[in-house]
Write a protein of this length. Structure first.
Length: 200
């Protein structure tokens, strides 16, 4: 008996399904485990975020999914000068703790999720639950002192974790070690920032 075009189509569909099953294809992968395809493509009901597919509404490392994506982190975050602190410890014996009255501006940064600048540009992701930033590891930058060109700083991004559940208030833990060289020597320090933050 001669096969009709419909029967050929059904046979091809069945074969494709058998191949997919044999290859372990899962039409509902766990959120964040599947890498994005060409042009940041993902299965239906998933969104590409920082190179991986996250189930819509499940948070992730990027995207703009309301309070579960990066949108709640975007904007100016002001420290509470009464409660936020900056601790600086250096190898020359310096050990100081001062009130920290400053801000961080977080903006979207393509597939990397977020970016902010504090002494350097730092690229960030958002954790899988959508509640905290995570700094990309291994970031450094070098800058001369703006007031004295004979001093050069090398900054390292050790941690930059802004935690928030409502996108309005949060807490910061940021650690920025640095080294410096001058005409008379060199040294190392770590600055650690902690305390409440409020988005303006």
């Amino acid at each position: 008996m001669m096969r009709t075009p419909v029967s050929r189509l059904l046979s091809a569909t069945a074969m494709a399904m058998l191949i997919a099953v044999a290859c372990g294809y899962d039409p509902n992968p766990e959120s964040g485990t599947l890498r994005c395809g060409t042009d940041n493509s993902c299965p239906q009901n998933y969104t590409c975020m920082s190179g991986h597919c996250y189930r819509d509404g499940a948070g992730g490392s990027s995207g703009t999914g309301g309070t579960t994506g990066i949108s709640k982190f975007l904007g100016y975050w002001n420290s509470d000068p009464l409660l936020a602190k900056r601790v600086r410890v250096c190898n020359d014996g310096t050990n100081e703790t001062v009130a920290w009255d400053d801000f961080l501006s977080l903006e979207a940064s393509g597939s990397t999720g977020l970016r902010t600048n504090y002494y350097c540009d730092w690229n960030l992701d958002v954790n899988a639950t959508g509640t905290a930033t995570i700094i990309h590891p291994g970031q450094t930058c070098t800058h001369p002192d703006p007031n004295d060109a004979t001093i050069t700083y090398v900054w390292q991004g050790e941690s930059l974790t802004l935690t928030t559940t409502d996108g309005t208030s949060g807490t910061l833990e940021m650690s920025l070690p640095y080294s410096y060289t001058t005409t008379s020597g060199s040294g190392t320090c770590t600055m650690h920032f902690t305390g409440p933050m409020t988005k303006s």
